[in-house]
Write a protein that binds this ligand. Structure first.
Ligand SMILES: *Cc1c(COP(=O)(O)O)cnc(C)c1O
Length: 421
């Protein structure tokens, strides 16, 4: 198998993350094909651990008209890396580099009343109009202007717009239960959003974009796509609704593979405890394999095997095995079984694309009792990243069938809100 990382100098660490940028581009194409809206690829948190700049370029190559970043510094890093497209950022505290964001032509959210004056200030110092989008809290109870605060915010924003300091070009919101599309809050939030859009337009904003859908709503709820969808996890090929559909069923390909190689292989007799607190004991004369990665590398300690049960799945030399005993800071153990043929240096796939079988980040999330988002965003900084390139344009076999991303679940009769104005 020809692996791109073999060409890259990452052999000085016994583990690596390999990111398939073509998978990211292809996932964006798939999502784009499933909606009449434009796609904003959400690239916060170092593109969910996949590498901000390479992942963003791949998303652009796949057709992302917008990039979304939570932190202002992430948006500025995209501009510094040469991205010239539309970028939105929505989360900041007093003292954030808003002047720099306005100078860099980044759309900034008004997500709290104090944001208006801060953006007016930033615009004045920058000497140009700030392009802003109002983030409304339609029920999530997190970041955003509440419907109760909206009149006051609109009042201030419209005065600032009349003075030329800001231009209100968008309204957006975020779901609390998008991964449970039948939950009553989905419809309630969609209705609240429609009211907010109407209020902002009535106040005099000329809106370019209205947007509400994260990955889960992008693939389950075409009725809330509006002008833009904002998928994050789906861009990286992981299912936002693992209880309802796998990533393969959604036409998505996981982009991240986390690999290592065996550092030691040794025989152990039956009845031998493995790793701290002997949470696993060999049941027969066996061979154990030592993997030189641990929780400092982002292998969750919750992936440990405990009370004699095995932990998260791993693939060693093409065989599907699992973690035996506790995951430590720098290492973990796999019971390779009696007569195992693997030797030191054998490839260990902790998780990957799942395409030829093998564990995925979703399997790890299930084993650790968390969500795939946490698995991919928490790989340790000491683990080197390498990248498989985006395929040359119009390479037919890599240009995955543009499945309609929204179709899969929409067909299952999921209730769909109809607030499209
Ligand atoms: C993180 C985030 C998204 C993307 O969410 P996914 O579930 O990863 O698709 C979209 N919008 C906002 C405001 C976010 O914070």
């Amino acid at each position: 198998m020809s692996r791109g990382w073999k060409d890259v100098d990452v052999q000085n660490y016994p583990g690596r993350v390999v990111v398939d940028l073509e998978a990211i581009a292809s996932n964006v194409r798939t999502l784009d094909a499933g909606t009449t809206a434009q796609v904003m690829a959400v690239v916060k948190a170092d593109a969910y651990g996949h590498g901000l700049v390479p992942a963003s370029r791949a998303a652009r190559a796949g057709g992302a008209a917008w990039l979304g970043a939570a932190q202002v510094s992430e948006a500025l890093a995209l501009r510094a890396a040469g991205d010239t497209g539309r970028i939105l950022t929505w989360l900041y505290a007093p003292g954030a580099p808003l002047r720099e964001a306005v100078e860099a032509d980044i759309d900034v959210a008004i997500a709290a009343p104090w944001n208006v004056a801060a953006l007016v200030d930033a615009a004045r110092t920058a000497g140009r109009t700030a392009r802003v989008q109002i983030k409304v809290d339609t029920g999530l109870g997190r970041n955003g202007v509440t419907p109760g605060q909206l009149p006051e915010v609109l009042d201030a924003a419209m005065r600032a717009q009349a003075e030329g300091a800001i231009a209100v070009v968008g309204v957006f919101s975020h779901f609390a239960f998008a991964d449970a599309p039948a939950h009553p809050t989905v419809l309630a939030q969609a209705e609240e959003f429609a009211r907010a859009v109407e209020a902002v337009e009535r106040a005099g904003a000329r809106l370019e974009v209205r947007h509400l859908a994260n990955s889960a709503a992008t693939v389950t709820n075409p009725g809330v796509h509006y002008d833009l969808v904002r998928p994050g996890i789906a861009v990286y090929g992981l299912s936002p609704v693992p209880e309802l559909s796998s990533s393969a069923e959604l036409g998505l390909v996981p982009a991240m593979t986390f690999e290592s190689e065996l550092a030691a292989v040794k025989p152990l007799p039956a009845g031998h405890g493995i790793s701290y607190a002997h949470q696993y004991t060999t049941t027969e004369d066996t061979v154990m394999g030592l993997v030189p990665l641990g929780y400092a590398d982002g292998v969750p300690r919750h992936c440990s095997g405990t009370d004699g049960q095995l932990g998260a799945p791993v693939r060693v030399g093409g065989r599907d095995l699992a973690i035996a005993g506790r995951v430590c800071m720098d290492q973990l153990v796999v019971d390779l079984g009696p007569g195992a043929h693997e030797t030191e240096g054998e490839c260990v796939e902790l998780f990957g694309t799942g395409v030829g079988g093998g564990p995925t980040a979703q399997d790890w999330a299930d084993a650790a009792g968390t969500i795939s988002y946490e698995i991919v965003t928490r790989i340790g900084t000491r683990v080197p990243r390498s990248y498989l390139p985006v395929a040359a344009p119009a390479s037919p076999e890599r240009r995955a069938v543009p499945r309609e991303a929204g179709a899969v679940l929409a067909e299952t009769g999921t209730p769909v809100a109809e607030p499209r104005p």
